[in-house]
Design a protein around this ligand. Sequence first.
Ligand code: ZN
Length: 322
Amino acid sequence: MQMTSTAGSATDPRVLITRKVLRELSAETLKYPNIETACGLVGMVLANGTIVIAGVIPPSTRDIVRRQATVKFGGEGLSAAVLWMEANFANIHKNDSVANFSFIWKKHSHHGLGYNHFSQTDVNSIVEAVEKYKMEFAIGILALIPENRSTVHTRGQMKGTVSVESDVTVRFRFYYFDRNMLQAGIREPKLVTPQVVDEKVVPVMPPLAWQWVDEDGFNRQLRQLEEYGARATPIYRDVNGDPIQEIQFVITKPNWKGTLLVTTNWDYPKTPPLIQVISDVDPTRPGKELHEVKLDADGKPIWTSESDFIDVVFELEKLEEL
Ligand SMILES: [Zn+2]
C-alpha cells in the first residue's frame, strides 16, 4: 500500500497520522463501500503541540446507525473505549510523560452524498464537539472511494482461472477545528494535511481490550450468564502487574455460596482467564477466602479456548464451589 501526502502551511497545526491507523481506516471504509460508516479516533498531543492520530476505536453496534446517506455515531460504547484507552495510556507512560492522551474525534464516510466535502451536518457536528462537548480541538476525517478500477485478465493464466486485479483508492480528507477558531468567531473547520509516519516513531498506544475488538463475544458472555440468572459486572483494574488493565467480571447469583471472579487479559481468549472463587470460610465467622480454581471435577482444565464463562459456571457448580 502506498501512502502519500503533501506538507501543510506554516499556520496549520502539525498533525501526524500513523500508517497503521490509515490501514485500519481504509479497511473499515472498504467494508461498507456503499453506505456510510464511522469510527472513533484517538491519539496524543506531544509536548511541542504536535497532534498524533495513533488509534482507531471500532464502532460499537449500540453506537452506530449506518444508512445510504447518513451515519449516526457516538454513545456509551465509544465513551467507555476512550476512557479505557486513556487510563492505559497513562499506565504505559507514567514514567516518561512524553505525551498527553487525546480523543481526536471521528472518521466517517459519505459515499452516498456524491461529493467530496464535509456536509453542513458534518460542519455543525465538529463545531459542536468543541463548543458543546468542550474538546480543545477535533479532527474529523472524511473517507471517500473516488473510483474502483478493476482489470479482468483472461490470458496467460493457469487453466481454469480468471483473475480480477482491483485497484481501489481510498481518499481521506482531514478537517480541523479548535477552541481558538471558535473564539475568533469561525464556525467552519479547515483542511489540514497530516504527515504520515510509522507507528514506531511515535509514543506507543495501549492495545484495545477484547471487549471492543470482539463486541459480539463480550455480549454473548454476559447474555448467557444473565439468561441463567447470574449477574456479571465488569470492572477494569490491574490484577497481574503489567501496565495494561485487566477486565475482571464479578459474577454473582442468588443462592450461590460464593462469588466468581473471572479475570481476562486485554487479548482474551489468547491469554487464558484467571478463575477465582470468593467463598465464606466459616459462615459463623466473618472471613472470606479467595482461591483459584484450575481443574474441573474430572481433573481437566476448567477453562479451554472453547469455553464460555457459563461453561465455567456449570463446572464450578459441579465442584460445589458456588
Ligand atoms: Zn458526512
